[in-house]
Design a protein. Sequence first.
Length: 177
Amino acid sequence: MANINELPAGTWALDPTHSEVGFVARHLMVTKVRGSFTEVGGTVTVKDDVLDSVADVTIKTASISSGTADRDGHLRSADFFDVETYPEMRFVSTSFTGDKLVGDLTIKDVTKPVTLGVDFNGVATDPWGNTKAAFEAEGEIDRTQWGLNWNAALETGGVLVSEKIKLKLDVQLALQA
């Protein structure tokens, strides 16, 4: 793992073409459904003391993609994200320890704290002279805390969709001039 102190101070823009905000939910309590949000943007303001840095990320809820059009339509509906009323969700960090990022996640006008484990993968310069940095982050949330409550009981016990959702982020940032 790279040394987080190698990250230069400045404003870094999230590179949506080289980043993924993904999730995993249990379906029927036995299988996993994976998906991601394809429209993500934001910045990370890296301070001289990297632990004082702040991330501010916005995700377009309508950009949800799970590989199935019917499921994506249901996830966009009022049963879940209600994208007509709530077109975006937002994460703003409140603290960073180098391996943990804590912040406020807002979905459907509900804001709750989230903790993500973070791995810093390093800094590199692309062939065009742009400075890039890469991170991976993982965490878990209970979707019902944000009003994402829809579900169906199973005859065998349990529910159709898990309340616990695993988050997996692969993020590339570009240092702004």
